[in-house]
Write a protein that binds this ligand. Structure first.
Ligand SMILES: [Zn+2]
Length: 108
């Protein structure tokens, strides 16, 4: 089944790693974190706090960039459950993460 065309994030196929997709990641064993983690959920954009805590991290890897960089976005419990619930729920969360990544205004 064809995926909707409204976003361009693709998941790394099971059994593969980013090393198989972008050779720039070959041999990368260490990572450096730059900047602070987001203070809001990348799925629903609600702020994290004492009650809403980050529960899951989604990483975006550029497939063609010749340097190994990734963006890490955190999801709240509600969005992480949606992500794990099924294909259409997952696609909705991925679309929200992509909009968050691009800096688009929230659509909800
Ligand atoms: Zn959320």
């Amino acid at each position: 089944m064809k995926r909707p065309a409204f976003f361009s994030i693709e998941e790394i196929p099971e059994g593969k790693t980013i090393h198989d997709i972008n050779p720039a990641f070959a041999g990368v064993d260490n990572e450096f974190h730059i900047g602070e983690p987001s203070k809001a959920c990348a799925g629903c954009r609600k702020p994290f706090g004492a009650i809403r805590k980050p529960r899951m991290e989604i990483r975006l890897f550029p497939p063609n960039l010749p340097i190994p960089v990734a963006w890490a976005y955190q999801l709240c419990r509600r969005c992480s459950r949606k992500y794990q619930h099924g294909r259409s729920e997952r696609d909705a969360i991925l679309a929200a993460i992509e909009a968050f990544h691009r800096g688009d205004e929230a659509s909800q």
